[in-house]
Design a protein around this ligand. Structure first.
Ligand code: ZN
Length: 162
């Protein structure tokens, strides 16, 4: 974690310690599990999707501070958004952490999620930061399980059907 600035570390540690929306969701009608074998991160994302809008979202799981904080902040960022808005945000987030998007020079909707920009310097951490987003994407597209195992630096997630 020493690679991240102190402020960013504080936000990440706070979300790691007190993850938001960290629970099962009784009303969920979508659910997906995500695994990042490189780091040992695993999480389940629950969605209550109605008329293409995420009414409720939550997650459970275990992993490193970055994966947990990223999942916590992901749930805060996507609640109330449409599927299209969320997919667009997922694309922006992924492009930011892989270094394709200059979050300071290019207009975007990332907001506080830009604290994860620093992980682009650390390829192994990119998967930690993006695991919850890939899992969310999988839940939206009906995939039950996602793994970053064969995930290259690009966006090619290996989706495994249950
Ligand atoms: Zn991790």
């Amino acid at each position: 974690m020493s690679e991240l600035s102190e402020l960013y570390q504080q936000v990440i540690l706070d979300h790691n310690k007190k993850p938001r929306n960290f629970r099962q969701l009784e009303t969920a009608n979508r659910k997906s599990e995500g695994y990042n074998p490189l780091c040992g991160d695993q999480l389940t994302v629950y969605l209550q999707l109605e008329d293409d809008v995420i009414q409720e979202v939550s997650f459970e799981g275990s992993g490193c501070a970055i994966s947990k904080a990223a999942a916590s902040m992901m749930t805060q960022s996507v609640k109330g958004k449409t599927r299209a808005e969320v997919e667009s945000l997922f694309t922006e987030f992924h492009r930011m952490v892989t270094g394709e998007l200059d979050e300071e020079g290019t207009p975007n909707n990332l907001g506080r999620l830009t604290i994860f920009a620093g992980v682009r310097e650390f390829p192994a951490r990119v998967k930690c930061a993006s695991l919850s987003w890939h899992t969310l994407h999988a839940a939206l597209t009906g995939e039950a399980i996602t793994t970053t195992e064969n995930l290259g630096p690009d966006i090619n997630v290996d989706h495994i059907s249950a």
